[in-house]
Design a protein around this ligand. Structure first.
Ligand code: UDP
Length: 243
């Protein structure tokens, strides 16, 4: 598994939130955004990088929303996980239209639509330069797809988690509401937890800390940023990591 042209990493886990797929829309999927993401992924794969993705589901459904309306939280979370499977299939379709060999692996068994999550099979796909989309989170309620990203990154031995967001890194306060918000270039895992910074939930951060997997938080809305993040350009905040 040789590192190739211009990439800082050999094996990358890209975390896309559900919102990342909705672009400027308030719900669902934006065709143009999906197309752009797929195009950038083509470039990443052409660099020889092995790419796994974890998709969220927040553009369609979140467990907390259902629970706030009186639903049983576990049931609502299963609905959330199913939403991530829909996103996985939509993303796979967008990628395949760009001739990217893509497999969706689901943490919940859904034989007709996706492979089950099998770690060794996922690794084999990656070695064969197929992109692998991990759907249905961890397969357990009360978790998030950020935790799924940390878990899968660790399982497959990813060199980095690239966390795509709508802002160019981690700030000490919400930059949309505070003009004097300060962006961090680098942060330690403990610092993120102690300061309660909105990077990932504490479970996800702890998992990354144990394996020293760095997390790069970057702005997906800027065209070309997935490729820049894979190259290791200075475009966001780097959390932890010794790699
Ligand atoms: N979810 C879950 N277990 C997991 C991952 C996700 O129960 O391991 C559910 C949870 O209800 C969550 C929803 O799936 O609200 C969508 O995931 P998430 O909120 O992490 O998506 P994102 O914010 O990344 O779009």
């Amino acid at each position: 598994m040789a590192k190739k042209q211009g990439s800082k990493y050999k094996r990358v886990l890209l975390k896309l939130s559900g919102e990342a797929l909705q672009g400027e829309l308030s719900f669902g999927h934006c065709g143009k955004t999906l197309d752009r993401i797929a195009r950038e992924i083509t470039e990443v794969l052409a660099m020889g990088v092995e790419l796994a993705l974890v998709v969220g589901g927040g553009n369609l459904y979140r467990g907390v929303t259902g629970a706030a309306q009186g639903m049983d939280r576990a049931t609502a979370d299963y609905c959330g996980m199913l939403a991530t499977v829909i996103n996985g299939l939509v993303l796979q379709d967008a990628m395949e239209r760009h001739h990217i060999k893509t497999r969706v692996q689901s943490a919940l068994e859904l034989h007709q639509v996706a492979e089950p999550y099998i770690r060794r099979r996922a690794m084999r796909h990656l070695e064969k330069n197929r992109a692998v989309i991990f759907a249905a989170g961890t397969g357990n309620p009360f978790f998030t797809t950020d935790t799924a990203a940390s878990l899968r990154a660790r399982e497959i031995g990813a060199d980095v988690i690239l966390k795509a967001t709508k802002v160019d890194g981690v700030y000490d306060k919400d930059p949309a509401r505070h003009k004097n918000a300060k962006r961090f270039d680098r942060l330690g895992y403990i610092e993120v937890i102690n300061k309660g910074l909105q990077v990932m939930d504490a479970t996800a951060i702890s998992l990354c800390m144990e394996s020293q997997i760095p997390i790069v938080v970057f702005d997906l809305t800027v065209p070309g940023n997935i490729v820049r993040a894979v190259r290791g350009d200075d475009i966001g905040t780097v959390v932890g990591g010794s790699k």
